[in-house]
Ligand binder design. Structure first.
Ligand SMILES: C[N+](C)(C)CCCC[C@H](N)C(=O)O
Length: 288
């Protein structure tokens, strides 16, 4: 099994992540808290209350972990394509795979990465939702979790080992089809490149950016549900499952709830995925 794809996915995932994290924090807060009037209000309040550091809460952990998740995603994607089309990454430049194969390989990569992503994503979401400033005024209560490891241990103790996979089913439903869309959009946008040639950096950036935006547009409703289920364990507001969370969120807040965070997430998705695909393509190319 070729391993370059795993390593290239790892590095490119880390680069994309740092770039997108501040947007991601605003998105998660808008999706799960009702105190903000919109993107700007959330940014201003976060900055005033917690300084610039507030936007980078919960990042250290994903940097190692999401990089690993990306390595699984790109590694499984590429190796599934190899199994389906019997062409390696290099050969696929001359013989592009069919979109149906790209879709199946994307869904497979999406499905497998969920089981690495779920606990890390849960911890990220819980830490991002802690709005206490780092320098606390004396006498104010400390945040519930002191950091990622403390958060993981506390969830394990309070909610059991299965607690670490809270929201995993919603994540599976979110990522399996939308990772198919992600890679198909990427391949579609690369169409402007002639067979056998390498796409230009601009093409890769634009194709990666659109892959991010289109897949997130479809993924957002389940992303909202996933984040709410992940937070539910903490607030003890129990939902009976994905469907129950959908119905009760829509009843209480209207259908608009399913699009919370879409704007900020699109602004984040373009640069993050542009950089991810650019570094992925170039790393693979430089290794032959
Ligand atoms: C498939 N889905 C839309 C869920 C994600 C696609 C993009 C994944 C990327 N690591 C990012 O964070 O933007």
């Amino acid at each position: 099994m070729p391993v370059e794809e795993f390593v290239a996915g790892w590095i490119s995932g880390a680069l994309g992540l740092v770039l997108g994290h501040p947007f991601d924090t605003v998105k998660v807060r808008l999706q799960t808290q009702t105190t903000y009037r919109g993107i700007i209000d959330c940014m201003v309040k976060t900055y005033r209350h917690e300084s610039l550091l507030g936007f980078f809460k919960g990042m250290s952990f994903p940097i190692a972990s999401i990089a690993m998740v990306n390595s699984v995603l790109f590694g499984i994607y590429s190796n599934t394509l190899l199994a389906l089309t019997a062409t390696s990454h290099q050969e696929r430049r001359a013989q592009p795979p069919s979109y149906i194969h790209v879709f199946i390989a994307g869904c497979t990569g999406g499905f497998v990465q969920v089981y690495c992503l779920a606990p890390f994503d849960l911890i990220k979401v819980r830490l991002q939702n802690q709005t206490e400033p780092r320098a606390r005024p004396p006498g104010s209560p400390p945040p519930r979790y002191r950091g990622p490891v403390h958060c993981a241990v506390s969830i394990f103790q309070e909610e059991g080992p299965r607690g670490l996979f809270r929201g995993a089913w919603a994540l599976t439903l979110r990522d399996t089809p939308t990772m198919g869309i992600y890679f198909v959009t990427y391949e579609l946008c690369r169409q402007s490149t002639r067979d056998g040639q390498d796409p230009s950096p601009a093409t890769v950036l634009v194709a990666g950016g659109f892959a991010g935006i289109s897949s997130w547009a479809v993924a957002t409703p389940l992303d909202v549900i996933k984040s709410r289920l992940q937070m539910a364990g903490l607030k003890r507001r129990a939902y009976r499952g994905v469907l129950d969370c959908m119905v009760s969120s829509a009843r209480q807040e209207g259908l608009g709830v399913f699009f919370r965070g879409l704007t900020i997430n699109s602004a984040r998705a373009f640069p993050v995925n542009a950089v991810t695909f650019l570094s992925y393509e170039y790393l693979l190319r430089s290794w032959g």
